[in-house]
Design a protein around this ligand. Sequence first.
Ligand code: SAH
Length: 206
Amino acid sequence: MRRQLVQLLREKKIKDERVLAAIENIPRHFFLDPAFEHHAYEDKAFPILAGQTISQPYTVAYQTELLEIKKFDKVLEIGTGSAYQACVLAELGITLFTIERQKDLYEHVGKFFFLKKYFNIKRFYGDGYEGLPSYGPFDKIIVTAAAPYIPPKLVEQLKPGGIFVIPVGDDKGQKMLKITKDAAGNLNTQELGAASFVPMLQGKNY
Ligand code: SAH
């Protein structure tokens, strides 16, 4: 089933072989509520705890591909959720720092046996709008929730030469943005296609 999913992602024009291999290696059914387990290899988003969702495999593959990951990159993810996207990134030989604002989700993922495999994932409970100033700057930043605007502190924590992928918008419409920072610190923002994410909310939730 995983191989079929990868085939579908190829048909949808995902080209990065490392991303496709990561998706082929990761048992997505481990990440879903047992009620949805048998749908795990459909290219669809599903509900997880606390009214949140595990992103659609195509979206995970697309955002990961946009990051142009290099081995040993230091990557920041906002919105750990189920940690599926985190594991796909971790398979690419990087160090991942990931932040979740929902305490119950953060704690739930902490008990997830499969994550023990990934020493290169560092999880944090906090507000993604703040980033992780004491661990930055980062080579790459990925936001997996739709932000109403580009969070300035995340831009600050992006290295020169870095790539920042973030869906921006609201429930009326969202666009995927790929922001690059050149060596002089200038930003270049590329508007990509339409996106559909749960909102990036302010502050932590207890
Ligand atoms: N990457 C996840 C997608 C989860 S959905 C996966 O692969 O499953 C988006 C997640 O972003 C939710 O868990 C939500 O709680 C979280 N989120 C929303 N606003 C946030 C913020 N300000 N800081 C950190 N996480 C946030």
